[in-house]
Design a binder for this molecule. Structure first.
Ligand SMILES: Nc1ncnc2c1ncn2[C@@H]1O[C@H](COP(=O)(O)OP(=O)(O)OP(=O)(O)O)[C@@H](O)[C@H]1O
Length: 886
């Protein structure tokens, strides 16, 4: 910003001029010291955050709620009636409620903000002359950024190099066709469409390039044009929306009911203050005001647990959808396998060679027939290895703490560097031009000084471009397609990935490649081992048990795919991309449903696979890592991107990102998703009877005449204590042991099934009978009104406590085990008992809440109601189990 621009905007200057202007080097970038100084001076490369509401506004918003209005109105009325204690209690509760809501909201938002930080983009910039991966925020003007397909462009860049570079600028221009970029465009054309610039927020769809950062953060094109719109952290999902809607409907209905009872009472000649009190008690007791908050908290906890198991949820609704997943479509390389390639076999010049050694350390030998061979003595072997080394963008480096070898670049290419190094090949001839690898092309080709072209790629593709092969003695001979294919299949059968290598002679003066390359001479095959992940087979099995189909979709060869599939428990016929293309749309869903392994599948076909499965009402989780996987990821119910090896485009399109790229983490996320759902259902089934029970008791009292069995402040007390203390353990309930032995939840089913509705009504009826019955019985047997009301409050508290144990498992009995596996249950139970003893015996409470001490006999009757409720619900569960087994 303090660099004065003498030459004009960067797109009108040559790369040299721009570099000079930015005080940087177009080849070596900045030093880390200079970058740190610039970062300190100009701040991080982030867009200005959308303005958020301040804490005061957020606190005040807590009062924006119909129930609070009711309470505030009733506080005013009670004050007017001269009852200052009641008014103070009501106001106290209202404020306490707002504080709880405020804190909960802040927690949920913090959890989500932490997630946003985890999904920040990283970028490759050259610092101190070496490429380094760093968070995009740390970029400064003058940094040299390296780009490749799938990258998100992290700042505005003036390109200095580009090979086949094209960029999707739809985020900026709305235009979805990729734009070809070149550093050389200058003048009018460059002015019109800025061909020599790459802008922040757009994506590289193809090729490679490098550019100098000309603007960061708010100074970028996207920073100027767009202001980041509103609430970035929406804590809403279809489920929370559904529940919020349910709460609203219930609230309105209850308010109407309260108004009606008030009117009926007054018309019947009951005093107005008394009827007002009754109506307020009804509204407070029957409205399930805590529901939406608990749902949000439970989801947020679920998200946090998933993060611990290496799955970052980018969109909250995914938490719910995960629980209903019926099919997981997964990549092979990197997800089911480790993506650590080692060449173990080479076929060249009609001979088979073995390669020893593991990992990326260039230690090992080339063997034939058990004996060591020198590459120099085998021209075909030597050329096959040289092609792998030359046509390659990977490097291996030694260093780090253990002095171990590590890889920079694509593991498939790394393996070829290592095999060449084991044979003593170090340097490839200087490279002049490249046709980059892509999944569609299935090959890569390079042109080298002296007029030689090397190519490598899939067996089919290289064979199709070859017309001769290199013989053992270095001469050429006719291409033996059948022989080569047989060898490749044999390698594939051992779960090895096969790369075919070839070369061609070019005009020694040529300096660029045309596509397709000229007819090639086939050199040989290199077969590489990629160990399966240890967890993969177990996770695949676990998914099966859970009623989830697993499908492997790979770009690799059918033979390799079949062998890898067999090792992790995915058997049966393999469908190839060609098979898919030959299948009519109508037949596709059936065929896809029957098949577990798909080979040589292109990204476009992934989209078709997802659609075919969705036509069968499947809920699909689909992994993807490449640029072209984005449409399939968006179409899938849950798009899953790879955190380590995935491209930024894939991450941006995904609902979930795996930090360890491991298939087992998808399975873990499904398990957590099911757990979250279970806990929500359990909480709702537990919480609703209290609301219904309170509503029924009050309506019965109003219609029946006589004193109110429970006063508004007492209802508030229950809401503040029992519901909170006992409701919280649900958010941290562990998953049921059998959670992955059940079939997936049918998303079409309602949250609360008919059986559970019946159970809710049963408990509500017990509460009505117990509370209303004991209220009258106690008074008939000499108890005061205050004592009878204290019994009613305790009937609700203790029955909710007993019923909590019913709800720890909706199917099975669970008592001590429930306490052992979730300490919060025991703590909540003890806390509630202590609170109720306090409520019943401490004089202050007698004044504030009109409670009164109870006799042991009264406690025994309260306990009896709770015990009956517990027993009846267990009986209902038992009956359900019996009918379900039958
Ligand atoms: N860097 C490369 N250069 C040349 N050819 C390659 C390269 N990487 C892979 N291939 C060839 O292209 C084929 C398809 O590779 P692709 O990358 O599409 O599959 P993949 O994405 O690695 O597999 P998966 O879908 O299981 O992750 C491979 O079987 C291999 O023969």
């Amino acid at each position: 910003m303090n660099t004065t621009t003498v030459t004009g905007p960067p797109y009108q200057c040559t790369p040299r001029e721009v570099a000079e202007d930015l005080g940087t080097d177009p080849d070596l970038g900045l030093t880390s010291d200079e970058a740190a100084a610039r970062l300190a001076r100009h701040g991080p490369n982030v867009l200005p955050e959308a303005r958020r509401r301040g804490p005061v506004a957020r606190f005040l918003l807590q009062f924006h709620n119909p129930l609070i209005y009711v309470l505030l109105v009733s506080a005013v009325i009670t004050t007017a009636l001269g009852d200052h204690v009641d008014a103070a209690v009501i106001l106290g509760v209202v404020v306490a409620n707002a504080i709880v809501g405020f804190v909960q909201e802040a927690r949920a938002e913090r959890a989500l903000a932490a997630l946003a930080a985890m999904t920040r983009t990283v970028t490759t910039a050259v610092r101190d002359g070496r490429p380094a991966r760093l968070p995009s925020e740390e970029l400064v003007r003058g940094d040299l950024v390296l780009l490749e397909a799938g990258d998100r462009i992290p700042a505005d860049l003036r390109l200095v190099r580009a090979a086949d570079l094209s960029v999707d600028e739809s985020a900026l221009t709305g235009e979805s066709a990729p734009v070809a970029k070149t550093p050389d465009a200058l003048g009018e054309a460059a002015l019109a469409d800025r061909r020599n610039m790459a802008h922040s927020g757009t994506f590289v769809t193809y090729g490679r390039g490098a550019g100098l950062v000309t603007a960061t953060g708010a100074g970028t094109e996207i920073g100027l044009v767009h202001r980041l719109v509103g609430s970035a952290t929406a804590v809403q999902t279809p489920l929370t929306r559904k529940i919020a809607r349910f709460s609203r409907v219930v609230t309105v209905a209850i308010l109407a009911l309260a108004a009606l009872t008030f009117a009926v009472g007054v018309l019947r000649g009951r005093p107005v203050p008394e009827m007002l009190t009754a109506a307020v008690a009804l509204a407070v007791g029957a409205i399930p005001e805590g529901l939406p908050a608990v749902v949000t908290i439970t989801l947020a906890f679920g998200v946090a647990r998933m993060v611990r198991r290496n799955a970052i949820v980018r969109r909250l609704p995914a938490v719910e959808t995960l629980g209903s997943t019926t099919v997981i479509c997964t990549d092979k390389t990197g997800t089911l396998t480790r993506n650590q390639m080692t060449v173990t076999g080479i076929a060249a010049g009609g001979r088979l060679f073995e390669v020893t050694g593991t990992g990326y350390a260039p230690r090992g030998e080339i063997l034939a027939g058990g004996g060591r061979v020198e590459a120099a003595a085998h021209p075909a072997l030597r050329e096959c290895l040289m092609a792998g080394l030359a046509c390659n963008d990977a490097r291996i480096t030694q260093g780090g703490d253990g002095g171990g070898w590590s890889l920079v670049g694509d593991p498939t290419e790394g393996a070829l560097v290592v095999s060449a190094a084991k044979a003593g090949l170090g340097e490839a001839p200087e490279r002049l031009d490249t046709i980059t690898f892509s999944s569609e092309r299935q090959y890569m080709a390079t042109l080298h000084a002296g007029g030689v072209i090397y190519a490598k790629g899939s067996l089919e593709r290289i064979l199709a471009m070859s017309d001769r092969q290199l013989a053992a003695d270095g001469g050429t001979e006719p291409l033996d397609v059948e022989g080569i294919t047989a060898v490749a299949h044999a390698y594939g059968g051992q779960a090895l990935r096969v790369l075919a290598l070839a070369r061609a002679d070019a005009d020694p003066a040529a300096d660029h490649l045309t596509e397709p390359p000229p007819r090639l001479v086939f050199l040989g095959l290199q077969a590489m081992h990629d160990p399966p992940r240890e967890e993969a087979a177990r996770a695949v099995h676990a998914c099966r048990t859970a009623g989830i189909q697993v499908k492997m979709i790979t770009g690799d060869h059918a033979a390799t795919a079949r062998a890898v599939g067999a090792r992790i428990g995915l058997d049966g016929e393999v469908m190839t991309g060609a098979d898919l293309a030959a299948t009519a749309d109508g037949d596709l869903p059936g065929a896809v449903e029957r098949t577990a392994v798909f080979a040589r599948v292109s990204p476009e076909q992934k989209l078709r696979l997802v659609r075919a499965l969705q036509a069968r009402s499947h809920v699909i989780a689909m992994t993807g890592d490449g640029v072209n996987d984005a449409p399939a990821l968006k179409q899938a119910d849950i798009g899953v991107a790879m955190g380590r090896d995935g491209t930024e485009v894939a991450k941006e399109s995904a609902d979930m990102v795996l930090t360890d790229d491991d298939f087992a983490s998808i399975e873990a996320a499904v398990e957590e998703g099911r757990g979250v759902f279970d806990n929500l259902v359990k909480f709702i089934v537990w919480a609703l009877p209290a609301n219904i029970g309170l509503g029924l008791v009050l309506v019965a009292a109003i219609l029946g005449g006589g004193e109110l069995p429970i006063l508004p402040v007492q209802v508030l007390w229950l809401n503040m204590t029992a519901v909170l203390v006992l409701g919280l353990p649900f958010a941290v309930e562990p998953r049921d042991e059998d959670i992955m032995r059940r079939p997936p939840r049918d998303p079409a089913l309602p949250l609360i099934t008919r059986r559970l509705t019946a159970r809710i009504l049963l408990v509500a009826a017990i509460l009505l009978a117990g509370a209303f019955g004991l209220f009258h019985w106690e008074q008939a047997h000499g108890a005061s009104l205050a004592e009878a009301r204290t019994v009613v409050v305790n009937v609700f508290a203790m029955t909710l406590l007993a019923y909590l144990f019913n709800c720890l498992s909706l199917e099975h009995p669970m008592l001590w085990h429930g306490v052992r596996r979730n300490p919060w249950v025991g703590a909540g139970a003890l806390a509630l008992i202590a609170i109720q003893v306090f409520y019943t015996y401490v004089p202050v409470m007698h004044d504030l809440f009109r409670s009164a001490p109870l006799s042991p006999g009264a406690w025994a009757r309260v306990a009896a109601v709770a015990a009956i409720a517990y027993a009846l619900v267990e009986l209902a569960k038992w009956a359900t189990r019996r009918t379900e087994r039958a």
